[in-house]
Design a protein around this ligand. Structure first.
Ligand code: ADP
Ligand code: NA
Length: 342
């Protein structure tokens, strides 16, 4: 029927997922799985082809792929209900990318904020200026479009790339289709969770690629590690507790984390939560934040420890995901090739 929903989202297997990935994306993936019925198809990809836009040591990448798959299972994704797969095992993604590359505008790609941020100050001939890094929004568009996704949940940092995907789909349909096909123009669902910022540098987002490991809470961190990193989080020397992300990014990030880890903690917003905390010392606030993080991470960490040592389970999940994603991708790819005369 027309009401069928196809949800697609992805994460790079470039390290153990962190609290920002969880609150900004992964928690919503599980929620969507657990609250939708059979009319919704859920497709979640470990986007390993995106991971190689920056050079990765091969053994490290293989390990990260395995760990990331284990983590998707540990947070509660069910491979029977959701399609969970490594992107590179389904060649239709790369194949559609080439076809869409012949449509995509280099001018539009050059205006992408992430491209500009990652390459600002680089001179022609720089090691960083790789074609794959430039064109990866086309691969991202293909990821979504090849499965006919109707809804794509992402963090706000990815909204621009999704708008590009929508534009590519509309353009392709205009040139080769009847205006409504063969590509589905997806809707973007921006996660309601704010960006989680780095604990050591609260003006930057928490990221797998930040050099300082104390900047992020991993979903595998022990309780001691969570407390240690939270206690060491950079704040400021202002008196009291208040929520002001511009003037007080470190303190506000802790309040955001507490708020989102406790699903609001009974407060209407972060400002109200901060008012309630005002009068507490930062030491006490950090204690509350650690408790809240540990409450979210503990069950995930425990499940992960069981799954990561189970090779059979991981191999089976990977094979099942590949099969389901291959079937899912084949219909759109066939229609696209037909439309362009291939
Ligand atoms: P990373 O930037 O850590 O490498 P990815 O690029 O693989 O993570 O992103 C996976 C998902 O997690 C995306 O939907 C992204 O928007 C979200 N995400 C990444 N970092 C954060 C963060 N610090 N806060 C909230 N969401 C985040
Ligand atoms: Na990233």
């Amino acid at each position: 029927s027309n009401s069928l929903k196809v949800i697609f989202s992805g994460i790079q297997p470039t390290g153990i997922p962190h609290l920002g990935n969880y609150l900004g994306a992964l928690r919503q993936w599980v929620h969507l799985q657990n609250t939708s019925d059979d009319s919704t198809t859920l497709i979640y990809s470990l986007v390993d082809l995106h991971a190689i836009t920056l050079r990765q040591p091969p053994a490290q990448l293989r390990q990260w792929k395995r760990e990331s798959l284990a983590m998707l299972l540990a947070i509660g994704l069910d491979p029977k209900r959701s399609t969970i797969f490594h992107q590179s095992t389904v060649p239709a993604h790369a194949e559609l990318m080439w076809i869409l590359s012949c449509q995509a505008s280099t001018g539009y790609l050059g205006r992408m904020t992430q491209w500009k941020d990652k390459t600002s100050g680089e001179k022609e001939g720089s090691e960083k200026l790789k074609l794959g890094l430039f064109s990866y929004p086309v691969l991202q568009a293909s990821d979504v479009l090849v499965h006919g996704a109707t809804h794509v949940p992402v963090g706000e940092d990815q909204a621009q790339h999704l708008e590009f995907a929508r534009e590519v789909a509309r353009g392709f349909n205009h040139v080769y289709g009847d205006g409504t096909g063969p590509l589905m123009v997806p809707e973007t669902i921006i996660s309601s969770a704010k960006r989680v910022m780095s604990l050591t540098d609260p003006e930057a987002k928490m990221s797998k690629s930040h050099a300082n490991p104390k900047s992020r809470i991993l979903l595998t961190d022990s309780e001691d590690e969570i407390r240690g990193k939270t206690n060491a989080a950079v704040t400021d020397s202002n008196a009291g507790v208040s929520y002001d992300p511009v003037q007080r990014p470190g303190v506000s990030n802790l309040i955001d984390i507490l708020y989102h880890c406790t699903k609001g903690a009974g407060f209407a917003d972060q400002v109200a939560l901060a008012k309630d905390l005002d009068g507490s010392s930062l030491r006490v606030v950090k204690q509350r934040v650690s408790d809240a993080i540990e409450g979210q991470v503990r069950p995930i960490r425990e499940r992960y420890q069981e799954i990561i040592s189970n090779d059979q389970l991981l191999d089976d999940a990977s094979a099942e995901g590949m099969l389901k994603a291959t079937i899912s991708a084949s219909a759109t790819l066939a229609k696209v090739k037909q439309a362009i005369g291939l």
